[in-house]
Write a protein that binds this ligand. Structure first.
Ligand SMILES: Nc1ncnc2c1ncn2[C@@H]1O[C@H](COP(=O)(O)OP(=O)(O)O)[C@@H](O)[C@H]1O
Ligand SMILES: [Mg+2]
Length: 310
């Protein structure tokens, strides 16, 4: 008889199997679907606790759809999503709301994702009230604490989104996500809209928070060099499928799939003596030599900051 133990191999925080989603691209005059497009065509992956899985691929590959399906912001056609030991697709409304608290999302454009009519303090305070029931002085104190954690002064709470830069506002979005004390954050192109120097700052903040709180990230990006240094594991998506996956450095040093090879060869290479373009500098700053753990990129990212006037 097999021995049973309580301490088997830890279940991954998130496990996705055979996920599929198609969208109607054309309807007839009666509103019936006449053409569909497969956006996600059988995607499977596992994300262990405290780790980062990068999903990389070109625009239209299906990356954002995967992120939305995982949090059930869109309904999959087929497949399964297990998050924190629960079958996400089987949950009713109330249970889904409870689970969502532990799985947050950060988007590319914080100007679009934050309510422009709400003070920053309200934006961060909303989940504190909803999830933790915090009110009054306790809530204010927690808002200030969260702002401080993302590097923003307390006074930020009394201002509106339009008064901030993209980088500052992305920090607000991170503080709002942290307010519900999540285990997972789906980061969908979180720095794509930011200045190069600010990108490194926001990435460093995400790395610090991960080390501090054991957060898991599903990190979606079209930027290969960025994902390589930020994620523990990388999955390459093309036309709705994961064509190759593995540890970031390995995947980039020895790509197997033709599509991955194509992507890797498109990363700008810096040649000595040539004037470096912004893209080159950024790639050089973010692509680091093979390292067992991503925190090693930290000094490299900070170094990039010093060289780049903000
Ligand atoms: N809500 C939607 N309605 C119709 N088509 C969609 C919708 N969301 C995404 N798509 C289509 O699915 C494909 C994958 O999109 P997306 O997941 O946004 O890709 P990525 O994030 O990799 O750029 C694209 O062709 C896109 O046009
Ligand atoms: Mg996208």
């Amino acid at each position: 008889m097999p021995e049973t133990t309580d301490t088997g191999p830890a279940e991954p925080l998130l496990e996705v199997t055979g996920l599929r989603k198609s969208f109607v691209t054309k309807r007839d005059v009666f509103g019936r679907a006449v053409a569909r497009e497969d956006a996600v065509r059988g995607v499977s992956f596992a994300l262990p606790r405290g780790r980062t899985l990068g999903i990389v691929g070109e625009t239209g590959a299906g990356k954002s759809t995967v992120g939305r399906l995982v949090l059930r912001l869109a309904e999959p056609d087929a497949g399964s999503v297990r998050l924190l030991g629960e079958d996400v697709l089987a949950l009713g409304r109330r249970d889904l709301r409870r689970l969502r608290r532990r799985a947050q999302m950060i988007f590319q454009d914080p100007f679009a994702s934050l309510d422009p009519r709400m003070l920053v303090g309200q934006t961060i305070g909303e989940p504190l009230l909803l999830h933790a029931g915090l009110k009054g002085a306790a809530r204010t104190a927690r808002i200030v604490e969260l702002l401080g954690r993302v590097g923003l002064p307390a006074g930020t709470a009394d201002r509106y989104p339009h008064e901030f830069s993209g980088g500052q506002l992305q920090r607000v979005a991170i503080a709002r996500a942290l307010a519900s004390e999540p285990d997972l954050i789906v980061c969908d192109e979180p720095v794509a809209a930011l200045d190069v120097s600010v990108q490194a700052q926001v990435l460093n903040l995400l790395l610090d928070l991960q080390a501090e709180r054991g957060l898991s990230y599903l990190f979606i990006s079209h930027d290969l060099s960025l994902v390589r240094s930020f994620a523990h594991e990388v999955a390459v998506m093309n036309h709705g499928e994961i064509v190759e996956s593995g540890p970031g450095t390995e995947l980039f040093d020895r790509p197997q799939h033709p599509y991955t090879k194509e992507l890797v060869s498109a990363i700008p290479v810096t040649r000595p003596g040539r004037r470096r373009s912004t893209a080159d500098r950024r790639a050089a700053a973010l692509v680091v030599p093979a390292a067992p753990e991503p925190p090693v990129v930290r000094p490299v990212l900070s170094h990039a900051l010093e060289g780049d006037p903000s």
